[in-house]
Design a protein around this ligand. Structure first.
Ligand SMILES: [Zn+2]
Ligand SMILES: [Zn+2]
Length: 152
């Protein structure tokens, strides 16, 4: 495995600001999400476990919750799947999710965040629109065409 050295200093500062201790597991979780955005807890656990053999799935969940609660990471919940996490926060970008293989891609807000306005806001001051665009990613579209040809 290639070791990528990331600059974790901004995260160390963030953790301090939020009065979270700089544990090895916490930093490993953040590093994993920097390299593999939109990972779920299982994937993060498997990667962190390679570095820190003593970690548990429970510890990963606890850390993910603590980081998400403080807005250091963002949690997205595509329906029917486990939560995915990413370090790209604060810009209210949206996600494209492939219905077939589950691939996830980021897409920016159209203009300013949130780029969607409710028809009637009922007096709410809206600061976030949670949008998931569902469809088929390019490889899955190709596979679909192949299987359709085979069936003919
Ligand atoms: Zn796909
Ligand atoms: Zn994202």
């Amino acid at each position: 495995m290639v070791q990528i050295m990331l600059n974790l200093k901004p995260y160390k500062n963030l953790l301090k600001q939020h009065e979270l201790s700089l544990t090895a597991v916490r930093l490993a979780v953040l590093e994993t999400l920097e390299i593999h955005p939109h990972s779920d807890a299982d994937k993060i656990f498997n990667i962190v476990k390679n570095k820190i053999a003593t970690t548990s799935k429970q510890a990963i969940y606890k850390n993910l919750n603590a980081l998400a609660e403080r807005g250091i990471i963002r949690e997205i919940k595509p329906k029917g799947r486990s939560s995915l996490y990413e370090t790209r926060t604060g810009d209210n970008h949206h996600h494209l999710v492939c219905r077939q293989c589950g691939a996830v891609r980021d897409t920016d807000c159209f203009d300013h965040a949130p780029c969607l306005e409710p028809m009637c806001n009922h007096g709410f001051k809206v600061d976030e629109a949670e949008v998931i665009f569902w469809g088929l990613c390019p490889p899955c579209q190709k596979n679909l065409i192949k299987t359709e040809r085979k069936e003919k």
